[in-house]
Design a protein around this ligand. Structure first.
Ligand SMILES: Cc1ncc(COP(=O)(O)O)c(C=O)c1O
Length: 447
């Protein structure tokens, strides 16, 4: 099999797909890698898609540019009106009254746990339930906050914490559940809330991957004492780096505002704004200037106006972003239906609004294929893949918790058989078609 004719500029998808599939055989799936080494003007030709189809995408429209420019023209880089507006709007849209922006989703989880620990008086023996599949930041935050994560196996269809598995992990030290809405798919919050109420447990939702997802019309993030979000690039709404904590508890939001800014005593907008022109009236009423008085061991996790401006612009473009993701995911599902016996697609009940931060794919037992083979094939065809959030087999967790993976068979199966690909709003119809063809071709070759 020789090198196909060179294709310049825009890729001729049909021809490349056909070529790749011809190169594919059971014994040597990666043959084409040897024949596609020719590069022209940075474009790989000779049988391979010239541009990697990534799992994530951050789109910056004229609106983001306008707001960022406005922040710069205001000469206001630290927290100001953009941050405040974003906090209010975002938390309101997630069914909570207050929002506190911070520098990452990890900080949002960490500070939320510290705030709950202080508010409820939890100690270092406190156990917090987390799913056996999530990004490592969720359980790391529990450890960083000086408490103990206890893992709960996940559901084989939704990949979220299995509500039927929760009760067997509850002890008299359990104080909190952290449901993580993975990949844009909401957890079974009705069941989780019912269990939490019965055992008097607090809920902290990790909403990093599911901004605006809904259950029966109710937005995730509204089922808990605090909900924590990441706005890192590739998340549905992005500010570059960043996170936000949402709550309706006034005492808790005061603790969060303090923790995010070194443990500040005064959390009024004026002190937080750190603006010489806006002086808090209580400032000089105390021994130490109240704006620089610290009452708890805090952190420096604030963001500035540029992140606020980006966030606000993205909120205003929400429908455009969400509709595109939704349409892309539906298109991929329809395109891949034919191989559903081998590949579990992200289907969900009617009452769920999935936001498809990613497009998870799990190889079924009938496929007789494991993740590595499938992922290498996709990567070889310039489709980026990521593992579906392996956690318990991470070297650092094996060191801390030992070999506990076998106690979580569903999570273990997903780790060895699942990958996610992109269905983000930056994908073109051509790229979606390409992904479908490559995946269908894979299964055609192994049948
Ligand atoms: C479920 C989950 N929680 C927390 C985080 C941490 O967010 P960040 O990367 O902004 O710290 C992520 C990041 O992707 C995540 O997926």
């Amino acid at each position: 099999m020789g090198i196909p004719p060179l294709c310049m500029g825009e890729m001729d998808i049909e021809r490349n797909v056909e070529f790749n599939l011809n190169c594919l055989n059971r014994k040597n799936r990666f043959y084409y890698q040897e024949v596609c080494l020719i590069e022209k003007a940075g474009v790989k030709v000779g049988g391979i898609c010239m541009k990697k189809i990534g799992v994530g995408y951050a789109s910056v429209s004229d609106l983001e540019k306008k707001y960022v420019l406005e922040a710069l023209e205001n000469e206001r880089l630290s927290q100001g009106k953009f941050v405040s507006k974003f906090e209010k709007k975002f938390s309101y849209m997630h069914g909570q009254i207050y929002g506190v922006m911070c520098n990452s989703g990890t900080s949002a989880l960490h500070l939320s746990l510290l705030a709950l620990k202080e508010y409820y008086g939890w100690d270092e023996n406190t156990e917090i339930l987390v799913p056996a599949i999530t990004f490592i930041a969720t359980s790391n935050a529990v450890l960083h906050a000086g408490m103990c994560p206890v893992f709960v196996d996940v559901d084989s269809k939704s990949y979220n914490m299995d509500s039927n598995e929760i009760e067997k992990h509850i002890s008299n030290r359990t104080k909190c559940i952290i449901p993580v809405h993975c990949f844009g798919m909401p957890c079974e919050m009705d069941k989780i809330v019912e269990i939490a109420e019965r055992y008097h447990l607090t809920i902290l939702e990790d909403c990093a991957e599911a901004h605006f997802a809904k259950i029966n019309g109710r937005t995730i993030g509204s089922f808990s004492e605090i909900s924590a979000f990441s706005t890192y690039v590739a998340h549905t709404l992005t500010t570059g780096v960043g996170g936000i904590m949402c709550t309706s508890n006034l005492e808790i939001v005061e603790i969060l505002r303090s923790l995010v800014a070194h443990g500040r005593a005064c959390t009024c907008e004026r002190c937080i704004a750190s603006d010489a022109n806006q002086v808090c009236r209580k400032r000089m009423e105390t021994d130490i200037d109240r704006r620089f008085m610290f009452i708890r061991l805090g952190y420096s996790c604030r963001v500035g106006e540029l992140e606020g401006a980006l966030g606000l612009a993205q909120l205003e473009r929400l429908d455009e972003i969400m509709n595109a993701r939704h349409n892309n995911a539906e298109y991929l599902i329809r395109g891949l239906e034919a191989v559903e016996d081998y590949l579990q697609l992200p289907r969900h009940p009617e009452y769920i609004e999935h936001t498809y931060m990613m497009f998870p794919l799990v190889l079924t037992e009938d496929s007789n294929v494991e993740r590595d083979e499938f992922a290498r094939y996709l990567e070889g065809n310039n489709i980026e893949t990521r593992p579906m959030l392996p956690l318990l087999n991470q070297p650092v967790y094996k060191e801390i918790f030992g070999n506990i993976e076998d106690k979580y068979p569903v999570a273990k199966y997903i780790n060895s058989h699942g990958v996610y690909i992109g269905c983000h709003h930056g994908l073109t119809r051509q790229e979606l078609d390409y992904q479908i063809k490559i995946i269908l071709g894979f299964f055609k070759s192994i049948r």
